[in-house]
Design a binder for this molecule. Structure first.
Ligand code: NI
Length: 155
C-alpha cells in the first residue's frame, strides 16, 4: 500500500467527470487500498479517486463505522434534509455549511464486482453525497450555504 498525494482545489482533475470502472482487477484493488490508507493518514472521512488524480468512479468512506468501498456508485434514493458543517481534504483549513439529504441509499459495486446497497443517515449520508459529487467534478463549495469564518473554525 502507498500514500497518494491529495490534489488541492484549483487542479483541473477535481473538475472532471470520472469514468466508470470496467475491470475489477488488481489495479483497482491497489487503488482502493491506497485511497483508504491516504484517507486515514489525512484524517478524512472520505476520498474520491479524482482527489488522487485518477478519473475513475471509485470512493472510500469511513465515518467511524468501518471502511466502505464504492465502485461506480449511484444514489438511488434520498429523503429529508440536514444542514451541517462540511470540509474537504482538497480544500484544507476551510469549512462550510451545506444542505444535504438526511438519508441516502447508494447502489455500488464492491472491489470484486458484486452489487451492494448502502443506507446512510446523518454524517454518512453527507459523506455519500460529498464523495459522489467529486466523481462529477463538483466540490461542496459549489453549493455551500455559507463558509465558516476563521473565528468559527478555531472554536
Ligand atoms: Ni472532498
Amino acid at each position: 500500500m502507498a500514500i497518494r498525494n491529495v490534489v488541492k482545489e484549483g487542479d483541473e482533475v477535481l473538475r472532471k467527470t470520472a469514468r466508470p470502472v470496467t475491470d475489477f482487477n488488481e489495479r483497482l484493488h491497489i487503488l482502493l487500498d491506497d485511497m483508504a490508507e491516504t484517507m486515514y493518514k489525512e484524517n478524512g472521512c472520505g476520498l474520491a479517486a479524482n482527489q488522487v488524480g485518477i478519473l475513475r468512479r471509485v470512493v472510500v468512506i469511513d465515518t467511524g463505522e468501518g471502511l466502505i468501498e464504492l465502485v461506480n456508485p449511484e444514489i438511488i434514493k434520498k429523503s429529508g434534509s440536514q444542514q451541517e458543517v462540511e470540509g474537504c481534504l482538497s480544500c484544507p483549513g476551510e469549512y462550510g455549511i451545506t444542505k444535504r439529504p438526511m438519508k441516502v441509499t447508494v447502489k455500488a459495486f464492491d472491489r470484486f464486482g458484486n452489487e451492494k446497497i448502502y443506507e446512510g443517515e446523518g454524517l454518512l449520508a453527507r459523506a455519500f453525497c460529498h464523495e459522489l459529487d467529486h466523481l462529477d467534478g463538483v466540490l461542496y463549495k459549489d453549493n455551500v450555504i455559507r463558509m465558516l469564518s476563521p473565528d468559527e473554525i478555531e472554536s
